[in-house]
Design a protein around this ligand. Structure first.
Ligand SMILES: CC(C)(COP(=O)(O)OP(=O)(O)OC[C@H]1O[C@@H](n2cnc3c(N)ncnc32)[C@H](O)[C@@H]1OP(=O)(O)O)[C@@H](O)C(=O)NCCC(=O)NCCS
Length: 178
């Protein structure tokens, strides 16, 4: 792909489209874990684990709890992100962003940024004006969120594990959309 001519389309998938996209989403998750991303899985997890994860996400899309974004280029589905709508009565204004994933073959072309901008736009449409997320303290995502105006709250050491079992601190962010 040529970065100067890349066209990326970001769309929200309904439950049916999310289910149809499970093989592509599982491949993105497999690729991210294989390339060392701390995104909830270990290097011994299998494609079946990743597919099960996306089936659960599709069920949450059907329930209206999760908005699942897909980024497509001419190469197909290469990135994804989630907006979790907080269902608590005392947090109607808040949402969480999770699992921002871009396949390694498609990185550093603005797809991560496009996914984040789309997630923020949908949050606004849904009346959510406080967003939170956390990410691996050493990952590329930390730079992305800082670049997009998110505020770092701090880093909790040893919050999770890297896919190879090493400790991984998580850096927490928020962004006010008001
Ligand atoms: C974090 C992640 C989603 C970023 O995706 P991405 O599509 O590469 O993001 P972007 O292209 O918008 O930005 C990444 C970098 O590419 C650069 N870039 C963007 N467009 C570019 C272009 N056309 N030419 C050259 N560089 C470009 C950005 O400036 C940025 O640089 P930096 O990392 O030095 O700050 C991706 O690295 C990933 O999936 N990582 C593994 C999973 C993970 O950790 N996710 C976070 C979980 S919360």
């Amino acid at each position: 792909m040529n970065a100067t001519t890349l066209t990326v389309a970001v769309e929200a998938l309904d439950a049916e489209a999310a289910t149809a996209a499970i093989p592509a989403l599982a491949e993105i998750l497999r690729d991210c874990v294989a390339n060392g991303a701390s995104v909830g899985f270990m290097n011994w997890n299998t494609l079946a684990d990743y597919e099960r994860f996306w089936r659960d996400v599709a069920a949450s899309v059907a329930d209206g709890q999760v908005i699942l974004l897909a980024a497509r280029t001419a190469d197909g589905l290469v990135g994804t992100a989630q907006l979790h709508l907080i269902g608590k009565p005392n947090q109607p204004h808040r949402a969480e962003i999770a699992k921002v994933l871009v396949h390694s073959r498609a990185r550093r072309q603005g797809i991560g940024e496009a996914l984040m901008r789309a997630a923020e736009a949908i949050a606004r449409e849904k009346g959510r004006d406080l967003l939170v997320l956390d990410t691996d303290e050493h990952g590329a995502a930390r730079r992305l969120y800082n670049r997009l105006g998110w505020t770092e709250v701090g880093t909790i050491p040893r919050y999770a594990l890297m896919p190879d079992g090493a400790d991984c601190g998580s850096t927490f962010f928020y962004k006010e959309l008001r």
